[in-house]
Design a binder for this molecule. Sequence first.
Ligand code: GRF
Length: 186
Amino acid sequence: MRIVVLVSGSGTNLQAVIDAVKAGELDVEIAAVGSDVPGCLGLKRAADAGIATFTVPPADYASRPEWNRALQAAVAGYAPDLVLLAGFMRILDAEFVAAFDGRMVNTHPALLPSFPGAHGVRDALRHGVKVTGVTVHLVDSGVDTGPILAQAAVPVLESDTEEELHERIKVEERKLLVETLRKLSS
Ligand code: GRF
């Protein structure tokens, strides 16, 4: 299974996938890693692992549809079987989603359908839930609304800050993501 991974930030989920592939625990080929954020740590992790990288920053395009099309073309250029959004923090338009329909996976740091969007950890904490977690799901044209592939629960502690809770979620997220990719690849 050939995958292209899109990242916007620190790329620890990407690193978990890279490590699992290197360890022979995951039979996928990471064809390339792309980002909307030039110089982000996720791109550096990919480059350090000898993986091809590309950057498509929205600021380089006159409109959002043009940026979407450019990113879509860059991803399609690697002919992936699957596109993985691993901490990719921008919404892709319907055309992009349709191009990879049923072949695009996202990871979200909350138990969907609760707390979708960019602040799933903060929103769960503010709501006062006692259990939150992580969801790996297929991407559809909504925001974090696609069919759920896997979930893991994480207890919320009384003392939790957003950062502390997110870090504990990410420990489970990395495991669940690798496990889900393993199932998809087989
Ligand atoms: C993950 O929790 C992801 O679900 C969220 O942002 C975080 C990215 O972490 N959208 P990283 O870049 O993989 O370290």
